[in-house]
Design a protein around this ligand. Structure first.
Ligand SMILES: Cc1ncc(COP(=O)(O)O)c(C=O)c1O
Length: 390
């Protein structure tokens, strides 16, 4: 069995102690919702304190400042500049803004895979009655999609190649640099859904060459629901004119000029209306925590925890669904079960929180989990099998 060589340069136990849920639960469901830290609770409290004390004056100073701090923080985690980041309440809203920049006439085709999260597929499916065509590339193994399959599908009628950076039902990491090349070779744009990647994987959007990337606070950025991020490469943003816009997309928002609409520079031209400021405070505190630990340190720990789970699951005959190289896996390990919902329920009765999708149980460790918990959770699933419960 692999024993972890926990990175001694990071005070993992101290970080774990910032998450009260571990006082009562074994939590392995970050791919659904990152655990709540005391810092995020304090940040939301700061938001309500400012509101209580200042009323609308909280906007012109602290709240607008917090929006810009969050934008800069997200940019730093993605290797982007702050002006390349736009803020939204959800991935869906961000995708709708991107979609509104295209007319679907000369390039009506969207290429995506059958492993995408529904929200990124529905965006285009709902437009099929208006001339958009969706070409769905099939995964050969339900784990990942070889980039060559996209190369066959993308052509000179393709507007966008849309793909996950980490697949939500397998945890496998996609080669987004290869996908950006494939899209650009045929004059298409590349849009990456990095919701399951940002926070747990070091990412450099400029080096990868992608045009758009959507991600958010809910999962590995520990900020909870209500805030999502859109990266748009600077030159791409300057060349597009999205139509699903609000007053935050205006070059001079506080001029209140309703006779003319002038786009803001950069990604902000994709933004809509008043953001959910509580979620902005939570999102900033969560993202700051991730940045403080460091993406490389988190990734190293993820590889250790994931390897431990995979080895232990194999040892116990649970047949985890993994790619050939464990390094191609991010912090989601899936184990096929006949009754995954039953497993989740039985484990929850033992205060172990995991998740399921059709046919599989999903375990998603993060830096706050321990090697002992990884072993315990796999043992728990194996035990259910012996008890005839799974
Ligand atoms: C890969 C991925 N994309 C998108 C979403 C959610 O999108 P939205 O913010 O539109 O709910 C999720 C999960 O909630 C996800 O796992």
């Amino acid at each position: 069995m692999v024993r972890t060589s926990l990175d001694p340069t990071v005070a993992w136990d101290r970080y774990r102690s910032e998450f009260p849920i571990f006082q009562s639960k074994t939590y392995f469901n970050t791919c659904s919702l990152g655990a709540l830290s005391t810092r995020v609770t304090a940040a939301v409290r700061q938001f309500t304190d400012l509101w209580e004390a200042n009323g609308a004056a909280a906007w012109y100073g602290p709240w607008l400042g917090e929006i810009e701090r969050l934008r800069a923080r997200v940019a730093s985690l993605l290797g982007a500049s702050a002006d390349e980041i736009a803020l939204f309440p959800s991935i869906t809203a961000a995708l709708s803004a991107v979609a509104s920049a295209f007319d679907g006439v000369r390039r009506p085709k969207i290429v995506l895979s059958d492993l995408e999260f529904p929200t990124t597929v529905y965006q285009w499916r709902a437009k099929e009655s208006r001339g958009i065509t969706v070409e769905m590339v099939r995964s050969p193994d339900t784990l990942s999609v070889p980039p060559e399959r996209y190369a066959h599908a993308v052509d000179d009628r393709t507007q966008l190649l849309v793909a996950s950076h980490v697949y939500f039902t397998s945890g496998v990491i996609q080669d987004i640099t290869a996908l950006a090349h494939i899209a650009h070779d045929r004059g298409a744009y590349c849009l990456i859904d990095a919701y399951q990647a940002t926070g747990q994987l070091p990412t450099d959007v400029h080096a990868a060459g992608v045009d758009f990337l959507v991600t958010g606070g809910l999962k590995w950025l520990l900020g909870g629901p209500g805030v999502a991020y859109l990266y748009v490469r600077r030159e791409v943003a300057q060349s597009l004119q999205p139509t699903a816009v609000g007053w935050f997309a205006h070059r001079n928002q506080f001029a209140f000029d309703i006779q003319h609409f002038e786009y803001a520079d950069g990604a902000r031209r994709f933004e809509g209306g008043t953001p959910a400021v509580a979620a902005i405070y939570a999102g900033r505190a969560g993202a700051d925590l991730v940045a403080e630990i460091g993406l490389s340190q988190i990734r190293r720990r993820q590889v250790e925890l994931v390897s431990l789970i995979v080895d232990e699951a194999r040892r116990r005959g649970l047949h985890p669904r993994v790619p050939r190289r464990v390094e191609d896996l991010a912090g989601i390990v899936t184990i096929p079960r006949a009754d995954p919902a039953g497993v989740v329920k039985a484990l929850a009765q033992r205060n172990i929180i995991v998740d399921f999708r059709p046919g599989i149980v999903r375990l998603s460790p993060y830096f706050y989990n321990t090697p002992e918990e990884c072993e315990r959770i796999v043992a728990g699933i194996a035990q259910l099998e012996t008890e005839g419960l799974a």
